[in-house]
Design a protein around this ligand. Structure first.
Ligand code: FAD
Length: 267
């Protein structure tokens, strides 16, 4: 925790004593791939989970991802080959140990998605791996050509619903509630914009990226950097807030937005 709490601790003043209150074991904020996978893990661990998401549960960057997912699952491919290609494309900027972990986890996640019913494109019954720039072999899975993200979103939502996870749309979270430096829940809006407190033993923030800070973006309206902003107000240290390029700053100035990070995507 940083020594000084930022001056704007909450986005607006409130007293939880005046608000409707709910409780959950774990609150997951967001309903993209990261949030839904986290919610499923919480469920698997036997805890109750409440997913709060800004708009319709299917609205996310995940839903618009197109090209596909790279995973070393094809015959003749290997984690080492995928690692070599990734480090080469990274031109010395990537951390080999971290990349290896992500690639191994990624391949496992793809196998898991297939097991949960994700329908990736096939040719002759086998996964139809495409080859893209930077990859020395075909290893890109895709769905309906360029609707890969929509298929992942569909698959994860279907699984979460089949397991009866509580998922609430039109429930934007605006702040993390803290007590003595510990996160104890969230302040969320109901569909009519009225605040309510949701107390939880743990909170997962998976609100995606910041694309809407830029004038030109492919990201949907929900990508407004809310999670890092509320975490920062709560005193969390943000890692890797890369300084925006001057061209990005000019674009932000044109929108009247303030920028603290780059992040055109939504990781
Ligand atoms: C057009 C496009 C093409 C892409 N193509 C690819 C590709 O080919 N391959 C690839 O790997 N990646 C691609 N990406 C990137 C990929 O989509 C993202 O990296 C990934 O989906 C991020 O997932 P996420 O769960 O972190 O965030 P998201 O999927 O954005 O989910 C964030 C969730 O948080 C919710 N949320 C936000 N703020 C709040 C709040 N205050 N309260 C409650 N909920 C909130 C949102 O509504 C959303 O449900 C593409 C992205 C776009 C936009």
């Amino acid at each position: 925790m940083p020594s000084a709490i930022p001056p704007f601790r909450y986005a607006f003043p409130f007293d939880t004593a005046d608000l409707p209150v709910e409780r959950a074991d774990v609150v997951v904020v967001g309903s993209g791939a990261a949030a839904l996978r986290a919610a499923l893990a919480v469920h698997d661990a036997g805890a109750g989970v409440l997913v709060l998401t800004k708009r319709d549960p299917s609205e996310s960057n995940t839903n618009y991802a197109q090209g596909g997912i790279a995973a070393a699952l094809g015959s003749g491919d290997s984690l080492d080959a995928h690692l070599r290609d990734t480090l080469s494309a990274g031109r010395g900027l990537a951390d080999p140990a971290f990349v290896r972990e992500v690639l191994a986890d990624g391949a496992r996640a793809v196998v898991e998605l297939i097991g949960w019913g994700a329908r990736f494109d096939r040719h002759g019954g086998e996964i139809d791996f495409a080859q893209e720039g930077g990859h020395g072999t075909p290893r890109i899975l895709h769905a309906q050509g360029d609707a890969t993200g929509a298929e992942i979103q569909r698959c994860l939502l279907a699984r979460a619903r089949a397991l009866r996870l509580r998922i609430r749309g039109n429930a934007a979270v605006v702040d993390l509630l803290t007590d003595g430096g510990r996160c104890v829940g969230v302040l969320a809006l109901d569909p009519r914009g009225r605040p309510r407190a949701v107390f939880a033993r743990a909170v997962v923030v998976a609100t995606g990226g910041a694309g809407q800070l830029w004038r030109e973006t492919t990201n949907p309206d929900v990508a407004t950097f809310d999670g890092p902003a509320m975490a920062w107000r709560a005193g969390a240290a943000l890692i890797s807030p890369a300084p925006p390029a001057p061209s990005s700053l000019r674009r932000c100035a044109g929108r009247g937005a303030s920028c603290g990070t780059t992040g055109g995507g939504a990781s």
